[in-house]
Design a protein around this ligand. Structure first.
Ligand SMILES: Nc1c(NC[C@H](O)[C@H](O)[C@H](O)CO)[nH]c(=O)[nH]c1=O
Ligand SMILES: CC(=O)[C@@H](O)COP(=O)(O)O
Length: 190
């Protein structure tokens, strides 16, 4: 479904997990800052609407979308966060640079999701025109920042549940005697 048939800001609040104990990092690219500030506002307000305390939301700025990769990596490596939202806006110019920035940041954020334990949400507009970006950062098509905040809450919840399930399974195995301490599987680094 294309964005033009979906409002990016619409979501079912009853389908959003309890987020008040989660901590979120938001890395914001300064390129096209009128757009990225609109995306940040959408994400920040949505997290607050879902009872995330403002003090549980950490923001870092980076120069451009390509730097979202390194900024998100250092954020999740050094800060106590349950998910990171990477916010950027890439708009087609006169050259192929757009293609390389978009592909690079897409692959880089994908790699962080594969290689680390913290979900990194892709909130990067890759638009042909400024008007398309305006429409998707609080305009007629809603705000992709809102969509990203909901995704961040849902992925933080999945990470939490997966960790609890893993711990419970180990306890079950221990209490049943099927597994002895000495051969308990190594805990994944948090
Ligand atoms: N043209 C856009 C850029 N370009 C800059 C790169 O993201 C990067 O900062 C630079 O290549 C140095 O490494 N960035 C955007 O976020 N949006 C653009 O439209
Ligand atoms: C995505 C970009 O880096 C691009 O907007 C820069 O513009 P240009 O391709 O005209 O150099």
């Amino acid at each position: 479904m294309a964005t033009e048939n979906k409002n990016l800001s619409e979501y079912d609040k009853n389908a959003v997990p309890d987020a008040k104990n989660f901590r979120f990092g938001i890395v914001v690219a300064e390129w096209n800052e009128t757009i990225t500030e609109g995306l940040f506002d959408g994400a920040f307000k949505t997290l607050l609407e879902n009872e995330v305390p403002a003090e549980n939301i950490l923001r870092w700025n980076v120069p451009g979308s390509f730097e979202l990769i390194y900024g998100s990596k250092k954020m999740l490596q050094t800060q106590n966060v349950d998910a990171v939202i990477a916010i950027g806006c890439v708009i087609q110019g006169q050259t192929k640079h757009f293609d390389f920035v978009c592909e690079g940041v897409t692959q880089g954020i994908k790699d962080l999701n594969v290689q680390t334990d913290i979900p990194v949400i892709f909130c990067v507009l890759t638009d042909n025109t400024m008007q398309q970006s305006i429409d998707r950062s609080g305009g007629i098509h809603g705000n992709k920042g809102t969509e990203a905040a909901i995704a961040a809450i849902k992925m933080a919840y999945i990470r939490q549940q997966a960790s609890l399930s893993h711990q419970f399974n180990n306890q079950q195995l221990l209490s049943s005697g099927a597994l002895q301490i000495e051969n308990l599987p190594l805990e994944l680094e948090e």
